[in-house]
Design a protein around this ligand. Structure first.
Ligand code: BUP
Length: 461
């Protein structure tokens, strides 16, 4: 801790969906809000994308320091077939006691832990008298669901029996509840319920959303309607990369897609990405290819074919079908590589984002005012798609969303929907006004800026 600069320690868990908002928070705190920041890292990271991202953060922000957490031995065979990211959550949770000695002599003012680790980290922080906040990396709707879910289970014999009506917020349809939570014994359910129960013990909860997008949920949480005695809620989003030089970083690293975007007409390109964590089925990839081609719109498509990027060796041409890449030359840019999505979404050529609705993707679309065609698939994505549709950021064709891989949406249907949404002025205008609100709230003096200022004030006390 230097002078009266608070020293905030950030503890992200695994996966880009978690690391990205933490790194943006690190930059916001250290550059705009006068804090010293340390980020706890577990190396090696699960994916190569995380490793590059972490290094990029440290290279670009010398004021942000790294604290290495060495995990205790953990026998993964206890959970055969489990998602590698959930396994890392569990390994980190079991290593929480190691945080005490790691953090004790850092002179820290506060710890901000990832929601995935909350219930095990809060007691450790309390033991060393370190104020402990939680960063909720998904929507406020999902935060309210997480806070209410333990009570819901208590009154329903421990199971999901139907829709979940969150007091003061809205009803989450049964089909939108993350699949794992339908099984009380699932590893993720156990973590989720424990974290939800213990949220009330945190000194506060930061959430990567903004009031104009999710006023109902944020207000209900603040008023204690969702869970009595809920700690202060700081809506600090949409967390964005500060001082992003439009397209320049991506171009410097030799990424041709930014040059390709430069050559496209304004608001004409359909950007397609289903996130960094789970591939879509091969049959659906083929139909999507047919649909994008038939839409006649230019498109930039990030194709993923494995769960963890380190294992991805499938050939694009084999995935997309014979002759596709040759046929769409000029119309489409298809890549398996990582793209700088935040920069892509800021590019003026982008007219639509077909998205799996990982929460970071939603917040990035909001920050750029780009309409979303929501195509959620698993986890919290359906709840997020609901936020997109309610908040005016885009449209959601609910019957397209699937958890299993059995239903394939036809190329013809995809092409029709893309054409219709691209031609819809109302969709475009609404998304643009969400974008204006997002920028205003995150900027100096906006509600999210003030929320973060209040959090820092508390860290200083
Ligand atoms: Br793929 C990809 N470039 O090529 P979400 C992703 N991203 O910058 P996820 C890129 O990764 P969860 C790419 O901008 C976002 O910040 C993207 O997070 C970035 O989805 C992040 O959108 C992905 O939250 O995580 O990774 O599926 O499962 O936690 O939702």
């Amino acid at each position: 801790r230097t002078g009266d600069r608070p020293h905030v320690i950030l503890l992200p868990s695994a996966g880009m969906g978690h690391l990205v908002p933490f790194s943006r928070l690190a930059v916001a705190l250290s550059s705009g809000h006068g804090c010293d920041v340390s980020v706890v890292a577990v190396l090696p990271t699960v994916s190569a994308a995380e490793s590059r991202h972490l290094q990029g953060l440290l290279d670009a922000s010398p004021a942000v320091r790294r604290l290495d957490l060495h995990l205790a031995p953990f026998d993964e065979s206890e959970f055969p077939g489990a998602d590698p990211f959930f396994l890392r959550f569990e390994a980190m949770r079991r290593s929480a006691p190691l945080l005490g000695p790691l953090l004790a002599d850092t002179g820290a003012s506060a710890l901000v832990t990832d929601i995935a680790l909350a219930s095990v980290v809060i007691p450790v922080a309390k033991e060393i008298h370190l104020p402990c906040y939680v960063l909720f990396t998904a929507s406020a709707a999902m935060l309210s669901f997480c806070a209410y879910f333990p009570t819901y289970l208590d009154t329903n014999a421990g199971r999901v029996v139907g829709d979940v009506d969150i007091p003061g917020v809205y009803r989450i349809p049964k089909a939108s509840i993350p699949q794992a939570l339908h099984d009380p014994n699932h590893l993720f359910t156990r973590q989720f319920v424990a974290n939800g129960q213990d949220l009330a013990k945190a000194d506060g909860v930061l959430v990567n959303t903004f009031d104009a997008l999710e006023l109902e949920a944020v207000t209900a949480l603040r008023q204690g309607s969702v869970a009595a005695g809920f700690p202060p809620v700081f809506s600090v989003g949409p967390l964005v990369t500060v001082n992003l030089p439009a397209g320049e970083a991506a171009k410097e690293s030799g990424n041709d897609y930014m040059y390709w975007l430069d050559a496209q007409p304004a608001q004409s390109v359909v950007y397609v990405s289903f996130g960094s964590r789970k591939a879509i089925s091969r049959d659906q990839v083929r139909e999507l290819a047919i649909g994008l081609e038939a839409s006649g719109q230019p498109f930039l498509w990030v194709v993923k074919s494995t769960v963890v990027d380190r294992d991805d060796s499938a050939e694009l041409s084999e995935l997309l079908g014979e002759g596709f890449l040759e046929r769409v030359q000029g119309q489409g840019f298809v890549t398996k590589a990582w793209v700088e999505q935040e920069e892509v979404l800021k590019h003026e050529s982008i007219g639509l984002f077909i998205s799996h609705c990982g929460w970071n993707s939603v917040t990035e679309a909001a920050a750029s005012g780009v309409p979303v065609l929501a195509w959620p698939r698993f986890g919290d994505q359906r709840v997020n798609a609901g936020v997109v549709a309610r908040g005016g950021l885009g449209v959601w064709v609910e019957r397209w969303s699937w958890e299993g891989e059995e239903d394939v949406v036809s190329g013809e249907e995809i092409a029709e929907k893309v054409k219709a949404v691209m031609a819809d002025e109302t969709v475009r205008k609404k998304a643009a006004s969400v974008g204006e609100a997002a920028v205003k709230e995150f900027a100096d003096g906006g509600t999210s800026y003030r929320s973060l200022t209040e959090f820092v004030r508390r860290c200083r006390d």
